[in-house]
Design a protein around this ligand. Structure first.
Ligand code: AMP
Ligand code: GLY
Length: 427
């Protein structure tokens, strides 16, 4: 079948790479894609938020499957748009309905969902401008550090963690006053969870589910997890502390109640659930839900999936995921992200990239790249390119991934040198 994948990052390159390996895929289109995805299929100049244009493309090119990479089209209701048009209803859409996407689109909605279905998460309350004084009083009842979250999508910047009470109150006032625009008209205040984070991925067809390989990502720009938050500077999969015992707790306390909760609430959900969780002394607590795969987690999770992903996606859309089993490569995957100097603050675009020689067993996924008019590969974003290696041990995977990353260069390239070191220390 012909398949259209929406998105343009490293996540989409990693998904496209797997889709292209499937013999169920005839033509793969990526909209808008990047210089890397062009090697897996055809890039198409389409805005993923322009649903009418996406629909026209799907009909003209006889696309039978739509895979949605990022959250924005899902929160905007692309799955509902396809379900609502008689001429598009036959298209297999991998991605939840708008209501399902609220799990990511609204922190308050997600927290209420977790309370309703007894899913472990930090104690919280939600405040608006009218209840600012109550918000300050609630902060008085909590211990530092204080966690403030803009309710809506804020490009990954909507969470503030502050150790000083007076400053936390000032932040609350600023957020409710429009610091993140409409996204912070409501603010969730919650208890701080201390522990080590894990990203768990689930594919669900509305009834059944498969738990995909877990991963850990590295969010801060600086080594030792210091400095500003980024989209993610690397990832590893599997994660040694996520042993069978811990993952059983995750499945029993979080994954199953989440899928059953969606059913009980009558929410149509065919797609990925990404559970960001904290391991607090061996017990998992949900920090957030996302309704898509993680980036750069996908770049270490997808290379480990040996099952045919188009098969998995088709069963996800059709509600027959119980017919699938998941084959996973037992080796470790390590992804190292290379970014533009200055990222996540201001940075330059348009520098020429030298890729170096290909190496067996090391994948190179493009994140923010494009071809110049003369075909030169150019940087085109903050996160530019990443390398993923698979090997018998995490240490070896990291070595191979870094060896490949070292051979890639452009002006002011930056990467963290300590991806995976924290989990190696725990082993
Ligand atoms: P979120 O956008 O909800 O994932 O939050 C961004 C980051 O803030 C998370 O990845 C965590 O590192 C941190 N964080 C969020 N909520 C909490 C919490 N309740 N306790 C500790 N850290 C948190
Ligand atoms: N790596 C975290 C995310 O994709 O949100």
């Amino acid at each position: 079948m012909n398949i259209l994948l929406l998105g343009s990052g490293g996540r989409e390159h990693a998904i496209a790479h797997k889709i292209a390996q499937s013999n169920r895929c005839s033509q793969l289109f990526i909209a808008p894609g990047n210089a890397g995805t062009a090697a897996c299929g055809s890039n198409v100049k389409l805005d993923p938020m322009d649903f009418a244009a996406v629909a026209d493309f799907v009909l003209t090119h006889e696309v039978e499957m739509l895979v949605v990479g990022p959250e924005a089209p899902l929160v905007g209701g692309v799955a509902d748009y396809f379900a609502g048009r008689a001429d598009l209803r036959h298209v297999k859409v991998v991605g939840p309905s708008r209501q399902g996407a609220m799990l990511e689109g609204s922190k308050d909605y997600a927290k209420a969902f977790m309370s309703r279905h007894n899913i472990p998460t930090a104690r919280y309350r939600t405040f608006t401008r009218e209840t600012l004084a109550d918000g300050c009083a609630f902060l008085d009842t909590l211990q530092a550090p204080y966690v403030l979250k803009a309710d809506g999508l804020a490009a990954g910047k909507g969470v503030l963690i502050e150790s000083d009470l007076a400053t936390a109150k000032a932040h609350l006032e600023e957020m409710l006053g429009g610091k993140f625009g409409a996204a912070s008209a409501s603010v969730v205040i919650e208890e701080y969870l201390s522990g080590i984070e894990l990203s768990v991925f689930v594919l669900t067809d509305d009834q059944h589910y498969l738990v995909l390989p877990e991963a850990k990502d590295y969010k801060r720009i600086g080594e030792g997890d210091t400095g500003l938050n980024t989209g993610g500077m690397g990832s590893v999969s599997p994660v040694p502390f996520a042993d069978a015992n811990f993952m059983r707790k995750v499945e029993e306390r979080i994954v199953r109640p989440t899928v059953q909760g969606l059913q009980a609430d009558g929410i149509d959900y065919h797609g990925f659930i990404f559970v960001g969780l904290m391991n607090c002394n061996g017990d998992p607590y949900v920090i957030e839900y996302n309704v898509r795969m993680g980036d750069p987690e996908t770049e270490s999770v997808f290379p480990r999936i040996q099952s045919d992903v188009v098969e998995l996606f088709a069963h996800t859309a059709d509600g027959t995921l119980d017919r699938c089993t998941l084959q996973v490569d037992p080796r470790s995957a390590a992804c190292v992200m290379m970014v533009a100097g200055g990222y996540p603050e201001s940075y330059a675009k348009g520098h020429a990239i030298t890729l170096g020689d290909d190496k067996d067993d090391v994948l190179v996924f493009h994140c923010g790249t494009k071809r110049g008019d003369d075909g030169t590969l150019l940087t085109n974003g903050g996160r530019v390119i990443c390398t993923t290696a698979l090997a018998g041990s995490l240490e070896e995977a990291l070595q191979h991934s870094y060896a490949r990353a070292n051979a890639i260069s452009w002006q002011d390239k930056y990467m963290r040198r300590d991806i995976g070191q924290d989990v190696l220390r725990l082993m």
